[in-house]
Ligand binder design. Sequence first.
Ligand code: GRG
Length: 301
Amino acid sequence: MPSSLSPISFNQILEHYSAQVDEQLEAILPASHGPAADLFAAMRYSVFNGGKRLRPALCFAAAESVAASDSNTAKVAAALEMIHAYSLIHDDLPSMDNDDLRRGKPTCHIQFGEATAILAGDGLQSLAFQQLTELNNVEPAVVVELIAMLSRLGGCSGMVTGQAIDLAATGSALALEQLKEMHAHKTGALIEASVLMGATVTGRASTEQLQALSAFARAIGLAFQIQDDILDVESSTEKLGKKQGSDVNNDKSTYTSILGLEQARREADELFDSSIQALQGFGESADSLRAIAGFIVQRGH
Ligand code: GRG
């Protein structure tokens, strides 16, 4: 367990990066206007409703691990957060997870209706790619690489396929390896994109550094999901005595249902250790990445 990393250090890191990405998101998503006012209101509602901005933080921290962050990092970070917001809007839809609440507030389709929620997700996805075409003084080859990374890891070789595996598995028990494969795609891929794109937009990341950052991101991506399952069980147990977490109620396999709570905690700790190990070739420039990894396995409700 990362005993040397205090939650305060992570909160400071998060606030610092959030301010920069929020400024960029404000510029991309001005207050709703014109004939499609509802669409813009729905996009803003979903982007500015209390997300932790974990993916932007990873993007900034990865940029700083190899060089420095700048206004281009903020654009890439905004693109990643818009993809994340779109995925949550679509994941909450009646035809998917059918959730009424997200971050304690009505989900986008409850607030704006299903058709507008679908369009808000579509709009956020295309705005994300548009951001990557509006970087300043970045080599065209780097722009192409960023677009390739986001389409691969956010799309059919990553998050979208993860969601499809999840849908196909509904109602049937998954073995541990299948569960890992599903989460590596569904949540891990966008986390990996956040780290790799942050480093790539600097134009200064070496192949070896990208390989190490990829190993780091894969480890924390899995740890993130395990911790999510642990929190799911803990919050349900706290609130309801003996009732299980929501994924268990939805008949979904989870790390805790397969491994049990204690073994799941050990796995998350081991993945944290592997993530730190992956950064051994980096000096202090990767301290923010290390702090974020600590937050991922220590975070509470
Ligand atoms: C619909 C194409 C499509 C994909 C959806 C990521 C995803 C795929 C669904 C999300 C389902 C879910 C709630 C998974 C648990 C892990 C997770 C992604 C939690 C939310 O991420 P946080 O904690 O969210 O970073 P905040 O609210 O802080 O932004």
